[in-house]
Design a protein around this ligand. Structure first.
Ligand code: ZN
Length: 135
């Protein structure tokens, strides 16, 4: 079961400019910037109530964000749902026929374990599962 919308990911071509725009739009400062080099992205996070907005800029030409922008332009890239136990959520969804893009949870931005579902599985929406890392 999904607990809440953890964040909405937005692909942007210039992170610095987008941060200014979203600080104005949301009326709250960006609270964290983080590079995830394994994914080829720089990210910036905003807290909006119980959810977040994640802005993503590509850092490499092979980054999924670079190909998304090349194909579709800037815009909403994914919706991330908070789950309590990512391993069991992944297994459950897989049993139900959803196509996972990664077999095992991987390390994402903002102290999360993440996994993605193929957009074909969910009516064209790239879905991210995320679980807070516990240590
Ligand atoms: Zn995300």
């Amino acid at each position: 079961m999904m607990n809440k919308i953890e964040h909405i990911g937005i692909a942007v071509s210039n992170l610095e400019e987008a941060i200014k725009t979203y600080e104005q739009l949301l009326g709250t400062p960006c609270y964290k910037q983080e590079e995830v080099s394994s994914e080829g992205v720089k990210t910036a996070f905003f807290q909006v109530g119980e959810s977040k907005i994640e802005l993503l800029e590509a850092t490499t030409e092979t980054s999924p964000i670079a190909s998304f922008i090349a194909k579709k332009g800037q815009g909403i890239h994914h919706i991330a749902f908070d789950v309590s136990d990512i391993e069991s959520s992944m297994a459950e969804l897989k049993d139900q026929g959803f196509q996972l893009l990664n077999e095992h949870p991987k390390s994402g931005a903002d102290n999360k374990l993440v996994a993605f579902l193929h957009p074909k599985s969910s009516n064209g929406v790239l879905v991210e599962l995320c679980q807070e890392k516990r240590d």
